[in-house]
Write a protein that binds this ligand. Sequence first.
Ligand code: PEP
Ligand code: MG
Length: 318
Amino acid sequence: ALAAQVRTFDGEGRTADGQRVELLANVGDPADARAAAEARAEGVGLFRTEFQFLDRDEAPTHDEQVAAYRQVLAQFPGRKVVIRTLDAGADKPMPFLTSDSEANPALGVRGLRTAVEHPEVLDAQLTAIADAAAAESATVWVMAPMVATVDEAEQFVTTCAKHGLDTAGVMVEVPSAALLSGPILARAAFASIGTNDLTQYTMAADRLLGAVAELSDPWQPAVLALVAATCAGGAQQGRPVGVCGEAAASPALAVVLVGLGVSSLSMTSRALPDVAAVLAATTGDECRRLAQLALAAPSAADARAVVRAGLPVLAELG
Ligand code: PEP
Ligand code: MG
């Protein structure tokens, strides 16, 4: 039984019938990376690089960036670390990059969009990432936040290649990217679904506003349909699709995401043991069956209820 013992994660995610699901950690700084390594995360699925840029008047220097990235990479020798380029704007304003006079910052110049006016910041970051990658043994993948078009994906991949970063992917957190995941993944090496923003933009509901929390729920069947669409694009192009939003940390939702075709889940490292335990108790067929039930549900509440009812193993979690 799952209960009556302190669950730990043994370092390799799989379903009950042995289907591999990579279980990775989201990290924001070197301390998170240490905690993730202790929790036996298989690697890092989302390294948010904002921490060293926030509360500053200018971007950190090359040497500062290399040092910060190396501290995270050093925790995962021989493992995969997905570094996300700077996601400035919206809830993460940065004076040297983003304007404070936008009426709708979540719909404004944020994420990869800042590279249009300020390509030098992205170039400097990719140079630092490439240098850090060369000095450590971790396998470095890079990805861009807030990609909305095929052209943006292509330009990002081309820019990364100029820096010798050959495994370049995109976050899928805008509905347009989910719908065009086929052509996007014809160019990008992988996709990682950011369910926090994907939910916000699909439901037109601010992710930070309590009054619309019911709408801003990754169980919304429309959000799940866009996850399915992204996976279909990945399957068509033979490219992996992961999830790195908070949804991946929910054991019941993790089952649904795997059933929709996601091959890796990246989460706060505290969530790894429970997600691993529920997947290990559920077959791939069962994941797919529950995913179809959730997709067909008329509401987020119904989707959650029908999946939870199909997962008695959840009751054994502490
Ligand atoms: C997301 O949007 O789901 C995501 C992982 O990115 P962030 O939470 O940093 O916006
Ligand atoms: Mg996001």
